[in-house]
Design a binder for this molecule. Sequence first.
Ligand code: GLN
Length: 451
Amino acid sequence: LDRIDALDGTIRAYIDVGGERSVFAERALTVAAEVDAGTRTGLLAGLPIAIKDNLCTTFGRTTCSSKMLENFHSPYDATAVQKLEAAGAVIVGKTNLDEFAMGSSTENSAFGTSRNPWDTDCVPGGSSGGSAAALAAGLCLGSIGSDTGGSIRQPASLCSLVGLKPTYGRISRYGLVAFASSLDQIGPFGWTVADAALLLQAMAGYDRRDSTSAPVDVPDYLAELDVPLKGLRIGIAREYDHAEGVDPQVKSAVDEAVKVYRSLGATTVDVSLPHTKYGIAAYYVIAPCEASSNLARYDGVHYGHRTKEPVTNIFDLYSKSRAEGFGPEVQRRIMIGTYALSKGYGERLYHNALCVRAKIKQDFDEAFQSCDVIACPTSPEPAFKVGQKSGDPLAMYLADVFTVTCNIAAIAGISVPCGFTTDAKPLPIGFQLLGPAFSEPKLLRAARMYE
Ligand code: GLN
C-alpha cells in the first residue's frame, strides 16, 4: 500500500474516484489481518491482487472508468471476485481501463491515462492497462483483467507480463460489466506463467449465475506445469507470418522465440487461417452491436449518470444523460452498433459478420488438426506514446489484428514476454500462443516451456 502511495501518482494504475483507494486500503488491511490470524486461508492467501474496475465489488465503486458509473456501488460481487477473496487474495485496489473496456491504450478512460512503467511517456496498452501497469510497477503481485478482443494479452505484451485469455465460458462472467457478451472473458496477468496459472485456478469453474459459463471440470493447472511437453507442434500461420505493419523488431523477437522452441524439441507446422484477414472487420461489427444493446441499460433512470439540465420529456432525459455520461469512443461504438443492427442493415452487416465468425472458427478447428498451438506476435508494435494514436480510431483498431480472432473463435490465448526493443529506453515485446477451447493445461505448459 505504501508503494502504491509512492508510485501511483506517476503510473496512475489505480482508480481513485471519490477517495476509492483508501476504501480499498482499509479493506485490504482487514483481509490481510484475517490471513495473519489464520481465519482466512487458501491458494492465494495474503497475495496482493489488483482487479480491473469493470468487475463488480460491493466494496468501493465499480466505475468502468466512465462518468456514467462514477458513483455506482454494486449490490453484489462478481463471481471471480468472490472466488479470489475466498482463496485468500487481498484485493488492494481497482484498476483503470478504457471506458467500458473499449480501447487499446487506457486513453479512453474518463479518469486519466495509465502509464507504462517501462517508459512513462508510453501507454501500457488496454483496455486492461491499469491492471498491467499495476503489476509491472510492482503495485500488486498479480492482477485481473477482461479480454474482449485482446485487452489482457496486448497490455501484457506491452508491459512484459504473462497475460491469459481463457476459453470463453471458463471463468464466470457474472458481475463483469458486459461489453460484448459473446466475446468477453475474465483472465489473469502474472509475472510468470505459474502466477497466471495460480490465478486461473482460483477463478475457473462453472457458475449457475452465468448461463454461458461452461460445465467443464477444472483441471489442476499447477500440477503439470513443469513437465516439459514432448513433441509440441507449433503452427505458424502464413497469414500472420506475412502480415503487414508488423514492427521489424517485433517480428524478429517472435521468430527468435519460435527458434527457442525448436531448440527445445518442438516442431513447426505451416498452417493457414484464410479468413483471418476479415477478423478486424467482423470484430468491429459484432462487438459494437453487442455493446449498443448492453449499454442501453444506462438511461439515467434505473441507474447511472442523470443530467442536471432541464429536460422536457423522457427521451430528452435519456439523450442528455447519455451524451454527458459516455465518452467519445463509447458513443462511437453505440452509433456503429445501432447502425449495423438497424432494419435493412442488420442483414448485410451483422449477419455477414456472424458468417465470417463461423469461418474464422472453422479455420482454427482445421489448423488445430495438425498443431497443438499457433504462435504469432501479440501486438504488431511495442508500446506507443501517449497521444500518438488517440485521434485516429482506425489506427487503434488495427493494433488488434492478432488478438481479436481468439475471442471470435472462443478459444484460448496467452501472451508471453520474449524480449525488448533496442531503443534507448527498451520496450517489451511479447508473443502469443493460441490453443483450442479448454486447452489451457497444454497452453500454459507450452508457455512455461519457453519461460
Ligand atoms: N481493443 C479492443 C477494443 O477496443 C479490445 C478491447 C477488449 O478486449 N476489451 O474493442
